[in-house]
Every structure is written in C-alpha cells, then in structure tokens.
Design a protein around this ligand. Structure first.
Ligand code: ADP
Ligand code: ASP
Ligand code: MG
Length: 480
C-alpha cells in the first residue's frame, strides 16, 4: 500500500497529561489546535495510576480478596464518572455514562472470573487491563466532539498486530501497517481526528495483548512509523529529556536535541520518560520526535533526530534501581567458559528476558549478566533447566544472584574517541567512595554502563552529573 496522508502528526499524551478533567481539557485544546491545521492521530494512556489500580484489582481477585476488588471497582467508576460530569455538557453525559459502564463491566467480568478461579492468566490480564486506555479515550473523544471537533475512538487492537508475548508483546510491522492504513486513512481523509488507545494491540487472531508498562509511547511510535507520519509529539509532564532524572538530581538541564541513539540508550538504561522500545520503529524513516510538556506547552521541548552538530561529551546520566546481577562460574576446567556463556544467553532469550549488561573474566571462567528484577524468576527457571545437569554434577558453581545492585549509565554520542573519559567517570565515582561492581562499554562508545551497590546509586548519579557539569548552562566545552 503506497498511499499516504500528507503532513500527518501523531500526538501521544501520557497518564499525567490526561490525569484529571483539567488535564484532559488541556489535551483537547492541544489536539484541536493541531487538528485545525493538519491530520492528527492521537494516542492516549490511561488516566494516571489507573493501570496500577487495574493490575492491583486483578491481583487482589486472584488472591480472593473480594473486598479490595469491590473497593477498586468503585474507585475506578467514580474517578471516570466524576471526570465525565466535569468535562461534558449535560446532553452528552448519558451516552458517556453508558460507555463507561460497559468498559468497566468488561473489566469486572474478567476480575470476577479470577476471583472465582483463583488464577490470573496473562492473556486475561492483557484483555482486562486496557480498560484504562478505553476509558480515557472515551472521555477525550466525547469532549472533542462536544466542542465540534470530528473525532473517532479507535482501539489499539484494531490497528497494532503483535506476537503472543502477553504483557510485553512485540509488533508485527507489516500486518500493522496494512491494518492501520486501511482503518485510519479514510477517517483522516474525511477530516476526523483518530483517538487511539495506547498500550494495546492484538494477535493475528484478535486476542488482545499489551506492549509492556509505559507502552503507549511505543504504540505512538509504531503508528507514526507505519503511517509515515511527518512528526511524533510525545506530551508528558517534564519540559523534555533532561540531563538526569529530576527526582534524583536537582539542577538538571533540558537537552534541546538528542539523537535517536542517545534517546534509545537513555530509555533502555532507565530514563522513564520514554518506553525503551519507542525509538526503534522511527529510526529507519527518520521521523522526528518532540518530547513536550503538556503542563507548559509554550516550552520548546526536546527534539530527537538522527544527527546533531553539538555532540561532544556525556549528555545525560541515567540509572535503573530494580535490577539483579546473576553470576555464573564454571567449576571445572573441562567446561568452556564461552560455551557456558552462550548457553546462559540462550536460556535468557528463551525466557524472553533482556540481558542489560554482560561482563566476563576469562581467567576465572566466570561471567555476570544483569537483568531487570521483574525478570529474575523467569530467567533463573530457564537457567536451571538449561544448566540442570552441570549444576547437579558440580561442573558449574551454584548460580549467585545479587539483588542489592543498581545500574548507572553515562550516555552521549560525543563520548566516542574522547580520551580519558572512562578514567574521569571512575575518578568521580571513587571520590564519592562508590564501589564499582561491573562495567560495560559497547563498541559504539555511546554508553558507559556501571553496576554499583543500589544504596549508592543516587549518589553516584549525582556525582557523575556534577563531574560532567551537565547542569551548567554555560558549559562550552565538555569536561568529559
Ligand atoms: P508519561 O505518563 O507522560 O508517559 P512518565 O512518568 O512515564 O510520563 O515519564 C515522565 C517522567 O520520567 C518524568 O516525570 C521524570 O520524572 C522521569 N524521568 C526520568 N529520567 C528522565 C530524564 N532523563 N528526562 C526526563 N524525565 C525523566
Ligand atoms: N497505561 C499504561 C501503563 O501505565 C501504558 C502507559 O501509560 O504508557 O503502563
Ligand atoms: Mg510513560
């Protein structure tokens, strides 16, 4: 299919940007303004904390806590009914109430099933949890219509085709392109704004899936790519990508521009502002992305592009606290360290677990793999299956797991070929008495990743941010 819609803008609003009636009103203002000038596809998250509430409800249901389930259902309903009352004119409310009740009833059916069976199958979780996005899309679409903007609510299940990895599905881009174009282009051509639920898709057979927590960013970038959008704007609650997490470092600086590679490394290494997989679909088509603050839309934000001129030194520091370090060591010289490592990586891949960092000591035949804490059970089960015989016969030492570590990363395209940079990073950490447990630097020299004790993680982020003078507006030449 070659047909396209010119100058298409995809806009994504995160949870805080649709977190209250006031915020939804602001989102609708921003949508209406853009839609007056060009075709617009909107991707929405659930209202802030709603996905947590839904997941918590399903967990309570599995555990048989009926009281908690009822309480959460009531909270879910009242939050959206109240928003509806505040946002919509009286004449539009009845239809919205019905829509809200139908979505909540769908969620409730699954929750009650779990309560009865004492089980929480991942496929049913995915089916139920997108109620949050359906509700925010319903409210926003109704508000736009009440203001005379032609808007149509669309479910991600109609557009994004994925594999069957429930809870963390991956898009199948060809099928997604075909479905998205045939569903959305006629709508856009007839002057409608499409308001799409983020976070969810469906398998080829139409079974609902989700794209991982924070996945609405990913939904938006998938749609921008398959629709050949001119731009993607991600509206959030900070002025753009900052030189570090503002919750950890005071005096961070907004980065006016970053490259796709830098943004991807930052996201992958913990910068919550973007879902780790957001940038991948956009790179080939070089679709520019803006990260903007829906609370302060007048601010320019951060532009993400292929290349930037002023690219020297470290650009940002990021960290990930919820990780675990797995150490594996051969106990016998008859065991090849390289083979052991290959099998461990295969085991991780089989469990669909991403290895964030890998380091190896060739002398002692041991190596470490860093994974997200949420993945540790799955990867350990897979490792025990893969290496079961060797562990039972003592050819491999018992696998050690350290949960008390954190990952720290310094990111910047301009680090490449900057001599002495690693030394400066390590000096800054040693001055803070931060003990380094493991280090990795890819050959792209885009990121130095360091594993430290979790209790020292925030201090380490602050020390590096300061040593690299990332908060200093007047920084003319990069220190590192
Ligand atoms: P949304 O709900 O809009 O998707 P998120 O909460 O997922 O928003 O992401 C935005 C948050 O990411 C910010 O409020 C900020 O606390 C956090 N964050 C972490 N690291 C960074 C960074 N380097 N730059 C900007 N924000 C960051
Ligand atoms: N609502 C989903 C979540 O909280 C997706 C998102 O916000 O991007 O994970
Ligand atoms: Mg997010």
């Amino acid at each position: 299919m070659t047909k396209t819609v010119e100058a298409l803008l995809v806009m994504k609003f995160g949870g805080t940007s649709v977190g209250s009636p006031e915020r939804i009103r602001m989102a609708a203002d921003l949508i209406a303004k853009s839609a007056a000038a060009r075709p617009v596809v909107v991707v929405l998250s659930a209202m802030s904390k709603v996905t947590d509430l839904l997941l918590d409800t399903l967990k309570s249901a599995e555990e048989g806590q009926q009281g908690a389930v009822e309480e959460n259902l009531a909270a879910l309903r009242s939050r959206h009914i109240e928003a509806c009352d505040e946002l919509l004119p009286a004449g539009a409310r009845e239809a919205a109430y019905e829509g809200i009740d139908a979505i909540i009833a769908g969620f409730e059916r699954v929750a009650r099933g779990m309560l009865m069976l004492g089980e929480r199958p991942p496929r049913s979780v995915d089916d139920a949890v997108t109620a949050g996005e359906k509700l925010s899309v319903l409210l926003c679409t109704a508000l736009l219509r009440s203001r005379g903007v032609a808007a149509e609510a669309i479910h991600g299940t109609e557009l994004i085709v994925t594999d069957e990895q429930f809870g963390d599905a991956s898009p199948l881009l060809e099928a997604t392109e075909e479905r998205s174009r045939s569903r959305l282009f006629p709508l856009l051509e007839s002057g409608h704004v499409a308001v799409v639920t983020g976070f969810n898709g469906a398998t080829h057979n139409g079974v609902p899936t989700t794209l991982g927590r924070g996945g609405s960013d990913f939904s938006a970038s998938i749609l921008a790519a398959v629709l050949d959008a001119e731009e993607l704007w991600i509206w959030t609650d900070v002025d753009g990508i900052l030189s570090a997490d503002p919750r950890v470092v005071s005096g961070t600086r907004i980065l006016p521009e970053v490259t796709y590679n830098e943004a991807a490394e930052l996201a992958y290494n913990g910068a919550k502002v973007l879902h780790p997989r957001t940038l991948a679909p956009l790179i080939e088509k070089q679709i520019p992305v803006w990260i903007k603050n829906s609370f302060r839309p007048q601010e320019p934000g951060t532009r993400i592009v292929s290349r930037i001129k002023d690219g020297h030194g470290v650009r940002a520091i990021t960290s990930l606290a919820k990780v675990a370090l797995i150490s594996i060591e051969a106990a016998s010289t008859s065991m090849s360290g390289a083979q052991l490592m290959a099998r461990a990586l295969t085991a991780a891949a089989r469990a669909h677990v991403e290895v964030l960092l890998l380091t190896r000591s060739s002398f002692r035949q041991n190596f470490c793999m860093l994974v997200r804490s949420e993945d540790i059970d799955a990867v350990m089960e897979s490792l025990r299956t893969e290496l079961g015989l060797e562990l039972a016969h003592g050819y491999v030492h018992p696998i050690d797991v350290d949960h008390s570590v954190g990952l720290l990363a310094a990111v910047g395209e301009g680090m490449k070929g900057t001599p002495g940079l690693a030394g400066k990073v390590f000096t800054a950490l040693s001055e803070q008495k931060v003990n380094i447990i493991a280090i990795a630097q890819g050959s792209s020299e885009l990121t130095i990743a360091i594993v430290v004790k979790q209790e020292a993680l925030d201090d380490a982020v602050r020390a590096l941010h300061q040593a690299c003078r990332l908060g200093d507006e007047r920084r003319t030449e990069a220190l590192v």
